[in-house]
Design a protein around this ligand. Structure first.
Ligand code: ZN
Length: 151
């Protein structure tokens, strides 16, 4: 009989004795001190982007992870169909692969204080020239796009 999710271990012990706790449906695996998330959508989302957006998204993720924040990219380029399903704007920059959304592993967007998002947004603007959704008239704090670069 196949294992049920409740039968799965709640932690994984790697060869070096490090312990990675499983977080909901994610499967963190620790190897040589670097945590890799098997179901992390970040790489696929980044690879879906336009090259300029991809470079900025990757830079932001690396900077955050170096600072100990497990930042993930949860949405990159969207097909018109997916964009409709998620309630994206009709002329969304996601349609051209020039926008991406982030999330911090283990937190919903609204569980993270506004001040933290402001710091991330300012960092992304300053270091990568990104436009941060937190400054929109209808704020979208986990969204970044290239309108400031390309406009
Ligand atoms: Zn977005």
């Amino acid at each position: 009989m196949p294992k049920q999710p409740t039968d799965l271990p709640t932690e994984i012990v790697d060869n070096s004795g490090g312990v990675a706790h499983l977080v909901s449906h994610w499967t963190p695996v620790k190897t040589r001190g670097a945590q890799i998330l098997m179901n992390d959508p970040t790489i696929a989302a980044i690879m879906s982007l336009d090259p300029v957006a991809a470079r900025a998204a990757l830079g932001l993720v690396i900077a955050a992870r170096r600072a100990g924040v497990p930042l993930m990219v949860i949405s990159g380029r969207r097909s018109p169909e997916v964009n409709r399903q998620v309630g994206g704007a009709p002329a969304s920059w996601h349609l051209t692969g020039q926008a991406f959304d982030v999330q911090v592993l283990g937190y919903t967007r609204d569980e993270i204080p506004a001040e933290w998002w402001e710091q991330l947004g300012a960092y992304a603007e300053q270091h990568f020239g990104l436009s941060w959704g937190g400054r929109f008239s209808d704020p979208d704090v986990n969204h970044f796009d290239l309108r400031g670069v390309l406009a």
